[in-house]
Each structure stands twice: as structure tokens, then as C-alpha cells.
Design a protein around this ligand. Sequence first.
Ligand SMILES: NC(=O)c1ccc[n+]([C@@H]2O[C@H](COP(=O)([O-])OP(=O)(O)OC[C@H]3O[C@@H](n4cnc5c(N)ncnc54)[C@H](OP(=O)(O)O)[C@@H]3O)[C@@H](O)[C@H]2O)c1
Length: 367
Amino acid sequence: MEWSWCADSVKKCSGTKNNATELLREAREVMQKKSAYHVAVVGATGAVGQEMVAILEERQFPVAQLSLFASERSAGTTLPFCGREITIQPWTAESFAGIDIVLGATDGAISKKFTPQAVAAGAVVIDNSSAYRMAPDVPLVVPEVNGATLAGHRGIIANPNCAAAPLVMALKPLHDAATLRRVVVTTFQSVSGTGRDAMDELMEQTRSLLAFREVVPKVYDRQIAFNCIVNWQADPVTGDTEEETKIIGETRKILGLPHLGVAATTIRVPVFRSHGVSVNVETESKLSVDVARARLAAFPGVVVLDDPARKVYPTPLDATGQDAVYVGRVREDVSIANGLNLWIVSDNLRKGAALNAVQIAESLIRA
Ligand SMILES: NC(=O)c1ccc[n+]([C@@H]2O[C@H](COP(=O)([O-])OP(=O)(O)OC[C@H]3O[C@@H](n4cnc5c(N)ncnc54)[C@H](OP(=O)(O)O)[C@@H]3O)[C@@H](O)[C@H]2O)c1
């Protein structure tokens, strides 16, 4: 999708302004002048949205007012924030007046409806869906890796895919040390990456199977409990699934390496939370295991858990509820001249989604 689509949509939503670009610039200036912000979460009742609300409180983001939106289904329910219960409302075109920052946590189709309206109303939207990630003029940001690209935002900032975000956190220090040539990625993704309904499905299927009852898959097209599956929707030409295509494109965009060789295979595993990613890296120059570990450990937000002698390596249970991207099993790949293998684990709802979005908002208000 092209930026012109975003600009046209914003223009349509703007009652008084004709120049969409001018309107988007103003949105950024308004936000920078304040000491506390009117923040909204759209999709607040979902897996990512609930985590966003919790992280805003936990990190003491300067919130003057918090508005929480979801579908009609959730209207009137509440979520706790800073000792108060905030009522969930359905959003309308008028909902975004006076809001500075919108954290989007809905699917892409819904984001394409509310985002232009929010930007036209003067907000900056940090969107977790894939709707705008590959739009050329929309920054796709992991602050530790390419935070500088935020300076070019025009009202919409995209938050990456939940496997791409931790992946680039580990790739960036390796690239800076030895220049990436090719990356081969295999993911072991938890069901929370598909959202709240998929977590319920894993729980229900597990219970049913342990009670010798039959299961009927609803969210996924195969049984996920006690299984490993592929989320279909494959590209008819490449055969890559949508998730694989996202990881390839987003990794290149965030690292600013449009021609980097990236191959991805994504697998959904019966784990509730936190994704594992197996990575094989080929670099232009030789990088020893010790130097790679040191570079990774020095990178902000990365923690190396790697001591084979003591069987230390990260697991999804270790990462759940944590902010860090954990890296272990750093080994030389002796099958090529300059190769390394590594294993990354990160909480998909935190660095893979909500935490990264709040960190983007923090970078914006610091700018
Ligand atoms: N889960 C992850 O690890 C992860 C990571 C990175 C990015 N993302 C992306 O983040 C987005 C949210 O994912 P999720 O996992 O949180 O999904 P989810 O658990 O299924 O939550 C979806 C949210 O969207 C809301 N919603 C549905 N229709 C709506 C409408 N018409 N207006 C406003 N809100 C509406 C739902 O509200 P109701 O409760 O009212 O139905 C719910 O709050 C997706 O685009 C996903 O691809 C997810």
C-alpha cells in the first residue's frame, strides 16, 4: 500500500484542511508541546491492547487522560488503569478530537478505518497492525535499532510484526560488527501472537484432549494443542505464508537493508506466550562466537543467556512478562566461511508489540 493512499484517506477525513501533509505535520507539533498527553488505545480489550494499558501504567507514561476503545461488543466493560476503572467505548469519527497519541491494537482492516480519522483529528497513531508497515513514507520502528527514522513521521508510525521486532534487535549488533549477508529464520510462535481467541482455543483444546473429548478447531484450521502448525494464506507465487512475507520485508525495512537475503519459515507451537526464533546468519567478515556474544550483550534491550556447560539458554517461560530480547545458543556454523547460529526468545506481547509501541511513544515525547 502506498503513502498516497494514507494521505488521501486522511484528506477525506479532514473537514477543514485540504493539504493532508500539512495536517500531519501539525499533529506532530501539537504533541511535542505537552507535558502530559491524552492517550487512546484502540483494541484495548485484546491481547496487545490490555498489555499496552498495563505498560503505560508500569512505565509511568505521562498520561493526562486515557481513552479506551474496542468494538460494540465490549462497550461498557472496564479495564483498570492507575487505580481507576476506565470504561471501554466504541469509537466514532468524533472520538479522536483532543487525543494526542493513539496506540492501535486492532487488525489491519479496522486500523485502515480509524487511523486516517485519528490523524485527521490531530493525533499521532502508533499502529500494531500490518496495515501501514510497508508503506514507504511510514516509519516502521524498533527504537533501539532505527529510532532515528521517527523524525520523518507524518502522523502514522508502524510497530513491527512480533517475530520481526526481536529478530532485528539481535541482527543489528551483528550487522554493525560484521555486515549481514544472509539470514535464515525459523520461528516457533506462541498462540498469543494470533490474539486472545487463539489463547482460549489452546486452553480449550488442551482441556478437551486431556478429558478424551474431540476438538473442533476454530481460530486455526488444524488442532494446535499437542501440535505444531502453519498459519496458511500463502503467497501463490513464492509459497511463503503471510507471516513469512512480513518477517522478510519488515526485517529489511527496519535494518535499512532492502537487498538483504532473508529466508523465513514460521511455525505456530502450543505455547501460550513468547516466541522462539532460530536464526542462521552469514556475515561478510568473520565474527567469533565470543565477539558475537559480547556485541549482543552490549546492545540495549538484549540479554545473552548462553552457557552450554551449565545448560543455560532462554525459553518462552523465561521471557514471558519480561522486556528483554534473550539470545542464547550462539554457535559457529562451520558449514560456511562466516556463519553463526543463534536462538532468540522474546515476549511477543511486550517487545513484540505493546512495549515497543510504548517505547516509540516515549521516543516521540522525548524528541
Ligand atoms: N498478539 C501479538 O503478539 C501481536 C504482536 C504484534 C502485532 N500484533 C497485531 O496487533 C493487532 C491486535 O492483535 P491482538 O493479538 O491484540 O488481537 P486480539 O486479541 O484479537 O484483539 C483484537 C482487538 O480488536 C478489537 N476490535 C475488534 N473490532 C473492533 C472495532 N470495530 N473497533 C475497535 N476495536 C475492535 C477487539 O475488541 P473486542 O474485544 O470488542 O472484540 C480487541 O480489543 C493485530 O493487528 C495483530 O496483528 C499482535
